[in-house]
Design a protein around this ligand. Structure first.
Ligand SMILES: [Zn+2]
Length: 146
């Protein structure tokens, strides 16, 4: 669940090289070039990513076809995905990802905004806090292949 405390100071972003060194030390299994597919349990739609960076990715995600949180991860190889898992370079890139995520889930965030009495700016700040946490724990972000 999304964390809503905006009173605490925002966690700083760990430098990219440091995160990568930590993951290397932990011998994280997901490596560059590997293909990751999510299959929706609701509509069988497939969403594929190729790892551009090594790191942590979610087990489930929102299906881009039916909109339900029922797309589950499994590893495959031999396909050519349109999307990538990657690590942004800095905080400004992460802020752009927040903008894109807000647009992608706009209806859900508008509903959350109404229910919790939060402004659009506050919602984006909450998303950014969560994304910084994800990044600092080695998390990757999905986007279309460049
Ligand atoms: Zn689906």
């Amino acid at each position: 669940m999304i964390q809503c405390n905006t009173d605490l100071p925002m966690e700083p972003l760990i430098p990219k090289a440091k995160i990568e060194k930590l993951l290397e030390e932990k011998k994280h299994p997901e490596k560059r070039g590997m293909v990751n597919v999510y299959i929706c349990r609701n509509c069988s739609h497939r969403i594929m990513f190729v790892y551009f960076d090594t790191g942590v990715t979610p087990f489930t995600m929102k299906c881009s076809n039916c909109g339900k949180m029922t797309a589950e991860s499994c590893m495959v190889s031999g396909d050519q995905p349109d999307s990538i898992w990657y690590r942004p370079n800095d905080i400004s890139e992460l802020k752009q990802i927040v903008e894109d995520a807000y647009k992608y889930n706009e209806n859900d965030y508008k509903k959350m905004s109404k229910e919790q009495g939060l402004s659009k700016k506050e919602i984006k700040e909450i998303i950014l806090r969560n994304y910084i946490k994800h990044y600092n724990q080695g998390g990757l972000f999905g986007r279309a292949r460049p």
